[in-house]
Design a protein. Sequence first.
Length: 232
Amino acid sequence: MTPTYPADVLSFSRLVIDATADMAGVVEAMHQTIAGSSLCGMVGAAYAPVRAIARLIGCGMDAVLTPLIELAGETQPLPEREAVLAALNGILGDHLAATENPLAIPMRLRRSGRALRLKRRDLQAAIVQPNGKVLVLVHGLCMNDLQWTRRGRDRGAALAGELGWTRVHLHYNSGLHISSNGRAFAGLMETLLQQWPVPVREVAIIGHSSGGLVSRRGPLRKRNITYAKRPS
């Protein structure tokens, strides 16, 4: 059985509440059009309780589940859950980010599904024998960094090993605008290269699908960067 995370319950409940409020607004607007201006006040009064109840339920869920989320702490999500979240972010990523829904994926650099802390000491501890050739793999729309592994073969690890590069993966909300993700990616990369444990000689970025657009939208200045498509 797939474990249930309190944060997921809270996040999906917020999505349901948002959908309920939005649908109530659509139906209310339709009824106001039918009723005419003289009855708009009555129609509004009829739908106000629906929105109030939705907000009340939302506040109750927050009050009950937030302490449980804090108690659970950070967990290592399952690949199946990560795939669902990646697809959801690809479709509703802008809404999740705008409403600060916990399901929104924050942009991070990761290895083996774990976020990297971009401090020199932390990178040294997380990456065994990093070298001066940095390979960054950028996933596409509705995907995540774990999906570079297919049929038990990690293509990123294989490519990095064959060519002598140290790899990291970008994990991000693919539903946000390409330009927004590009700017955030550029800033993240500058921090990574400044904090890299050894002098950086070269950077290569491999983007899959829209990941290539994100990579090129936020170029790094004064860096020796090679761009490539995902290998077949």
